[in-house]
Design a protein. Structure first.
Length: 256
């Protein structure tokens, strides 16, 4: 098959029939279509386009397409940009599937005013959007939990420096979360408890321990000493310690 890419890009008179017959058009992983500029008719499209809409070739070709937009104003917005620049890349647009489901797409469109047509490429990002929405929801729930708990939540790197502390750092350490970041977690441990904590830490890492509970005493900024029960989770990468996530609870009253 002849390479028609350069001709298609440089010769406006290159016919749609030749383009539609090329291997790329028929086998593209993207939905490709060509329609009249006024949206009154889909002139040609590939199988991926029909799949995106859940329609057959007979239901699409030669038919108006405006009704397939979830919001016709999106098409008007795209055309305004295209009219100004001649093309648009990755514009967000929604189409209605035959089953009524709204499909989120990224549209790249070029207008050929002399021919009175536009050609477009659609990338279906519906599942990606759903995944992103679910992730944002999960992150929101996690954030609400982390900031809403009365416990101290911390994350330290492999060297023992704080990467994250929740808002309870103020209550437990007497330092704001921002002030704690980068500080050594061991600096907050009572001096008498540092040796046993360091020994336990070395034993956990040496044996590849992933989860453990531990008690020691901490010192607030004010000098006040209090007892802490830690629930500690250690994470490794290639058998090397990567980070430690912990939840701490003040058990001073129970221990004294």
């Amino acid at each position: 098959m002849d390479d028609i890419t350069e001709q298609r890009c440089t010769d406006p008179s290159f016919t749609q029939s030749k383009f539609a017959g090329c291997h790329f058009f028929d086998n593209s992983p993207f939905a490709l279509f060509r329609s009249k500029l006024d949206g009154s008719e889909i002139i040609n499209a590939n199988d991926k386009f029909f799949e995106l809409l859940g329609l057959t070739r007979e239901e699409v070709l030669g038919k108006p397409f405006l009704a397939r937009y979830a919001d016709p104003a999106q098409r008007d917005s795209i055309l305004c940009t295209v009219d100004d620049k001649g093309h648009i890349v990755d514009a967000e647009v929604q189409f209605i599937h035959k089953n009524g489901e709204v499909r989120d797409c990224l549209a790249s469109v070029t207008v050929f005013k002399e021919e009175g047509v536009l050609e477009g490429i659609l990338l279906d990002v519906t599942e990606r959007k759903r995944t992103e929405a679910a992730l944002l929801k999960t992150m929101g729930l996690y954030r609400d939990f982390v900031e809403g708990t009365s416990d101290l939540v911390t994350q330290v790197d492999e060297t023992g420096r704080f990467l994250f502390v929740n808002r309870n750092a103020e209550k437990y350490f007497g330092w704001s979360p921002a002030e704690c970041i980068g500080k050594f977690a061991f600096d907050f441990i009572h001096p008498e408890d540092r040796p046993k904590t360091a020994s336990a830490f070395q034993e956990w890492v040496g044996s590849g321990t992933e989860s453990v509970t531990f008690e020691n005493r901490q010192i607030r900024r004010s000098g006040e000493v209090y007892d802490i029960l830690w629930t500690i989770n250690l994470y490794y990468e290639d058998n090397k310690l990567k980070q430690i996530n912990s939840i701490a609870r003040d058990v001073t009253i129970q221990r004294r």
